[in-house]
Design a protein around this ligand. Structure first.
Ligand code: FEC
Length: 315
């Protein structure tokens, strides 16, 4: 008897593979409105500053491979195939669904490489996946979302915070603020949205697991648009903490992301670091989850929970 096949649709934001694809990528992010030449130049300069391209595509593929291998080891009687689908770059989510269908897969579990749920940021991933699956006669469920409560995710960050704190002399560790950050969103899309609450809750859970007394929650990478975005911005949090005189070291934990990419490597490692060092302080940032084995194992825990439901649905 042939093994049952389960597809894992691993979805992430996406990045241009090459700088020549930047205009199309930026236009896609802006829902079809091409950016101005100045906007394009500014974004291109950010990619140049991190070395010319973002590791996001490579890291997402490594996460997908790791996840399939981990699930295969846990459930040897089932065959797992993971496929990557991006929101704003090729292969798009729709391309990935087609790939899974072409492989004869009928059961698909979708997971987004972002820990917190949000109506405008995360739901569109699932809506697009479900629509593509529906058009091809494939039922796609259940979706894994809002997996920030996974104990492995909390432990991942807690362990790394403790490691950084213990690398500092005691007097310095007392003058250290742990800043948890996630992507900001326009206020207009946040009415009744679970996102800010989930981010705050996960920051509190990680801080408690790390035994950290002083922590702050900040929002980063707000779009360059005049409308109000969710704050406080991470740079304001840092300035206020510095001005209070209580803090000289900052451990920045971008818990809203799970990969090295532009928003971490530029907005945090270049922009935020520069602010902190200009003030005279020390910037520290734990390594991102990327394809860390413990992190992949925690993603597998989240998927395994859904797998149980899928097996029941399929039965
Ligand atoms: O490394 C890379 O090449 C890509 C990094 C990247 C990630 C990411 C994640 C999120 N975004 C979210 C919301 C918005 C909203 C707008 C917006 C715009 C951009 C632009 C770039 C970009 N985002 Fe992004 N985002 C990444 C990159 N993002 C580049 C365009 C230039 C700029 O504004 O900086 C505003 C759209 C508009 O103008 O209409 C809103 C959210 C996440 C986290 C969840 C997820 O990963 O999907 C929320 C990674």
């Amino acid at each position: 008897m042939s093994r049952k096949l389960v597809g894992i649709l691993v979805m992430a934001y996406g990045t241009p593979d090459h700088i020549a694809e930047l205009p199309a990528y930026y236009t896609h992010i802006r829902q079809g409105r091409p950016p101005s030449a100045a906007q394009l130049e500014e974004l291109s300069a950010r990619y140049q500053a991190i070395g010319g391209s973002s590791p996001l595509g490579r890291v997402t593929r490594a996460q997908a491979d790791g996840l399939a291998a981990e699930l295969q080891a846990r459930f040897p009687d089932t065959g797992f195939r993971s496929v990557v689908g991006f929101k704003h770059a090729r292969p798009f989510i729709e391309d990935a669904v087609e790939t899974l269908v072409a492989q004869g897969i009928r059961t698909v579990i979708a997971v987004v490489m972002a820990p917190h749920d949000s109506g405008s940021g995360i739901r569109p991933y699932f809506d697009r996946a479900a629509q593509a699956a529906g058009a091809l006669g494939l039922t796609l469920r259940p979706a894994v979302s809002g997996w920030y409560r996974q104990p492995g995710f909390i432990q991942f960050w807690a362990t790394r915070i403790r490691t950084l704190l213990s690398s500092l002399p005691l007097a310095e560790s007392r003058r250290t603020l742990v800043v948890f950050s996630a992507h900001s969103l326009p206020m207009r899309v946040l009415d009744g949205d679970p996102y800010p609450t989930q981010v705050r809750e996960s920051a509190d859970l990680i801080a408690a697991a790390a035994g950290v007394g002083n922590h702050a929650i900040a929002w980063q990478s707000a779009g360059r648009t005049p409308e109000p975005w969710l704050g406080p911005d991470i740079r304001d949090v840092v300035r206020d903490a510095w001005d209070s005189g209580a803090y000289r070291n900052f451990i920045v934990c971008p818990i809203g992301f799970v990969s090295d990419h532009l928003e971490v490597l530029y907005d945090d490692d270049i922009e935020c670091r520069s602010l902190i060092e200009t003030l005279g302080g020390r910037y520290l940032r734990p390594p991102m989850p990327n394809a860390d084995r413990g992190f992949i194992s925690c993603l597998a825990d989240a998927v395994a929970g859904s797998l149980g439901q899928t097996e029941r649905i399929a039965a």
